[in-house]
Ligand binder design. Sequence first.
Ligand SMILES: C[S@@+](CC[C@H](N)C(=O)[O-])C[C@H]1O[C@@H](n2cnc3c(N)ncnc32)[C@H](O)[C@@H]1O
Length: 238
Amino acid sequence: MTLLRGDALSEAFDRGSAAYDRLVGASPGYHAHLHRSARRLGLADGGAGMRVLDLGCGTGASTEALAAAAPLARLTGVDASAGMLERAAAKPRLTHVEFIHAPAEALAGRLAPGSFDAVFAGYLFRNVQDADTVLRLVRRLLVPSGRLAVHEYTLSGSPVDRAVWNAVCSTIIRPAGRLTGDVRLYRHLQESVNTFDTAPEFAGRLRGAGFEEVRVLPLPGWQTGITHTFLGRAAREA
Ligand SMILES: C[S@@+](CC[C@H](N)C(=O)[O-])C[C@H]1O[C@@H](n2cnc3c(N)ncnc32)[C@H](O)[C@@H]1O
């Protein structure tokens, strides 16, 4: 199958936004795992004085995790889907967040280099056309040594983890998507994970895009070996 990209993907998320919070709320560990990855950014003093970007913020599940991990930080959420963003902006816990409707790829013209002390990206990178280009852009948006946390479905490389992922998709995720009328979006989810980097490959991609101190951390529950937190720091320009 062809993966959804660009406008077609944003339209699928626009459509899927109505049921999104209900579906992820029913997924064991979804919110707890985002909170864990947000805490792994290690922002001290509640993030006081820090500017933090949530790239691909969607309906704000990841933004809420950042707001809990760094309640004093200045938060910006960016997403390509107007429908997803509208739901994030309506959340009472996110009234202090600045939301920007734009694809990640267009941010170079809108945000100055060094605009952020930390960037979080939850379930974004499988979806972008060119992950290396977006990672290099993120590195430029960060101050030198600025922190990155990527929370992503990235298979370990073990055939067992791949089989678990496909079994969960076939028996739970895609049937749920059929019920809400979001067949294409959840088929895309399954296939985008199957065709995206493994965790070691994505860690290598981060290093190649100019991130240092790269670490790959597991998450508990059924997502062990399926979802990881990637941490890194933006290298100074060579
Ligand atoms: C699976 S959702 C995750 C949302 C949120 N981060 C969370 O953890 O629940 C992925 C989000 O990335 C957005 N997205 C996909 N490609 C994008 C791009 N190129 N630029 C900006 N946002 C993008 C989608 O619109 C969608 O809202």
